[in-house]
Design a protein around this ligand. Structure first.
Ligand code: ZN
Length: 471
């Protein structure tokens, strides 16, 4: 059934999308600015873990105010810095405020359920793995015959966070069911985001027979079909209202040109149909970066086939994982995401949440996300982007048309910075003066947003002016 998204005189009626989720890695968070360690921790100690609650409790408070109702955390379960207690406290805090905490868990990769069971580290690289029954590496260390096989016929040589299990071995799925049940029994989580793993597939004889094609892939839709239903049945058996978000790694759209399957590529109709056997309650998550925004190169017609009833479209805009960088102004792209998701019969949207809203572009992105996907606009007039700017953003930037003016100056400054020339530096000085003349007339939070821009421009000017002299 088509959801009631519509266009009235250029304005859009956005229905409320049920799932409005921010996606994070714990080690990439930047909400507590007093902690500088960031960006290391996928394959070793997460030096940011000391700030885990300081980052995420702040984020829950923000989400609760802005109609954002879920936070995915990869690396959620780590033993060091009292990680189990941290996760428990955070999940309770989120539940009390209507924001679900959703640990990221791997089925055949990404560490399994317990991402890092090491309580202490003696050094960055040499600390042996502390065994835990629900760490995938512990499991495969005890059962090496259940590990995935590489194309050379031998088990993959992986690190402790990237062990790979063979999907065809029923013991692995039985272990995952038990591990997931333990996670739900120990922590008051609002759900999970599950992945089969997207960095290698198993090449054993059983897997080759089960997957009749595409043996060079980094992930396999057949493995999703095999495993995601297991996750749903365990999780909903324990907590019927839980969310089980299952990653497809694939675009929901249609390619303009033929392309091989892969991350951020389209999933063929035949592959999609394989997932139609997943049980009610499965929420499939799609990578929509190429289907929305000004540079979309996948078509996404509103009648595009989806194999299950509930779906989330996710993009990387405004994050370190995006070409536009962490401080990208992505309001218009996010609006497009929300509109197309609703028109395309999706029930949810997701963007990255690692950046704090102290930076105005990230704040504006989160406001667009939460307000367009989660606010009941229907009690008011249909909303156009210009009305969103007028009602939501302009008051934050000092008055009528101020938000669009800020955005245009920021866009110009980013274009100049990309040129890295003396001429661009001179133009940036003039832009900084222009911004300063505005910020000087403002005070409080509106002034802060313009001052942030002024500071950003001076940093860009310095980059353009100080060209390295190479011999
Ligand atoms: Zn296998």
């Amino acid at each position: 059934m088509r959801m009631p998204v519509g266009c009235i005189g250029g304005a859009r009626v956005y229905p409320i999308l049920k799932y409005r989720v921010l996606w994070t890695w714990d080690y990439c968070m930047g909400w507590d600015h007093t902690v500088f360690a960031r960006g290391r921790g996928a394959f070793g100690p997460n030096q940011r873990r000391a700030a885990f609650l300081s980052d995420y409790l702040r984020m829950v408070d923000f989400c609760a105010k802005q109609n954002i109702n879920g936070i995915v955390i990869w690396g959620a379960l780590r033993a060091h810095n009292g990680g189990e207690e941290q996760l428990r406290e955070l999940a309770n805090y989120g539940n009390e405020r209507g924001v679900r905490i959703l640990p990221g868990v791997g089925i055949f990769g990404y560490g399994g359920i317990y991402y890092d069971p090491r309580a202490d580290y003696d050094s960055v690289v040499d600390t042996p793995l502390t065994p835990h029954p629900y760490s995938l590496t512990s499991w495969l260390t005890d059962h090496p015959e259940l590990a995935a096989i590489g194309p050379d016929g031998k088990p993959y040589r992986t690190g402790p966070y990237s062990s790979l299990a063979c999907p065809s071995k029923p013991e692995n799925l039985a272990w995952f069911r038990e591990a997931l049940a333990w996670l739900y029994s120990e922590f008051p989580i609002g759900g999970v985001q599950v992945e089969v793993g997207d960095y290698s597939i198993c090449h054993c004889d059983d897997c080759r027979v089960r997957r009749a094609y595409n043996l060079d892939a980094m992930f396999a839709v057949e493995d999703m079909r095999l495993a995601y239903g297991e996750a749903v049945s365990v999780a909903q058996g324990i907590r019927p209202d839980t969310w089980v978000i299952c990653e497809t790694y694939s675009s929901p759209g249609i390619a303009m040109h033929a392309e091989e399957p892969g991350f951020n590529k389209v999933m063929s109709l035949r592959q999609k149909e394989l997932l139609s056997t997943l049980p009610e309650g499965t929420i499939l998550q799609w990578v929509a970066d190429r289907a929305v925004g000004p540079n979309a190169d996948h078509r996404w017609p509103s009648n595009t086939y989806l194999p299950v009833r509930e779906n989330i479209a996710r993009i990387h805009a405004g994050s370190q994982w995006s070409g536009g960088g962490c401080d990208e102004w992505a309001v218009e792209t996010i609006s497009d995401l929300v509109e197309r998701s609703a028109a395309g019969n999706m029930h949810g949207v997701s963007i990255f949440g690692e950046e704090s809203p102290v930076a105005p572009p990230n704040e504006a992105n989160y406001l667009a996300f939460g307000q367009l996907a989660g606010r009941d606009w229907t009690e008011r007039q249909p909303v156009s982007m210009s009305q969103f700017y007028t009602q939501v953003l302009d008051p934050l930037y000092g008055g009528a048309d101020m938000a669009a003016a800020w955005r245009n100056l920021y866009t110009s400054a980013r274009e100049l910075r990309a040129r890295r020339s003396a001429n661009a530096a001179a133009k940036l000085v003039r832009l900084a003066d222009q911004v300063h003349s505005t910020s000087a007339k403002l005070s409080g939070e509106t002034c802060r947003r313009w001052s942030w821009l002024e500071d950003w421009i001076w940093k860009a000017e310095w980059l353009c002016r100080t060209q390295p002299r190479r011999a």
